[in-house]
Design a protein around this ligand. Sequence first.
Ligand code: KIV
Ligand code: NA
Length: 265
Amino acid sequence: IKKITTNTLQKMKANGEKISMLTAYDFSFARLFDEAGLDVILVGDSASNVMAGHETTLPITLDQMIYHASSVIRGTNRALVIVDLPFGSYQSNSEVALASAIRIMKETGAHGLKLEGGEEIIDSVKKIVSAGIPVMGHLGLTPQSIYKFGTYNVRAKEEAEANKLKKDVQLLQEAGCFGVVLEKIPAQLAKEVTESLTIPTIGIGAGGYCDGQVLVMHDMLGINSEFKPRFLRQYLTLATDIKNAVQHYINDVKSQDFPNEKESY
Ligand code: KIV
Ligand code: NA
């Protein structure tokens, strides 16, 4: 098996081959996604929402991210595995950021990290990159800043915010990032940004011009069926299927249909 590296992603952009990325948080799903041929697995801090049931990504800890990431790594052979640095583990200064980065790399075996923000965190990005750790940026609707934004609406619709994003993305590329996630921004802005960079852009709610796409696994598999933003494509309706299966099981237990003789010793 030829493993995906950050160099592979660079070549994919150069060749116009789109990059596929999904989140995963555990061994079993990571193994399925890897065997299906997914290019990149993101151990997202969206684990805070979909695994732990928090309303935002802010509460998840570095230790919890390390637990998820090490589980994902055990299920992965080919895919590149990128891990989110959680809120609070990198914002204070670049020394703290590097210490958090090193913990994840050492304790999980992950291949790279993702940090939210531009100019504000650029020293940390440089410090982590100079330690030999691949870093991915994340701009636009950065969920760790949800209380600053006050809404999950599309970002950078106004010129000032779009200009800041364009500046930030150049800073991230110059700082040595191997790619950048663009979340919930206008497709035309994502197109302009993508064409201005040599590193790949991975979009979520950022249109079809990005070099790749990422979705949260629970959203694309229809596990949280209530969450249906415009940018999401649901490939399964697992919420319904799982509830039906569990109801079927309950009925079989109550009616003593399960277990039958063949299912007994
Ligand atoms: O945590 C996450 O799932 C993410 C993706 C949505 C990009 O950061
Ligand atoms: Na995230």
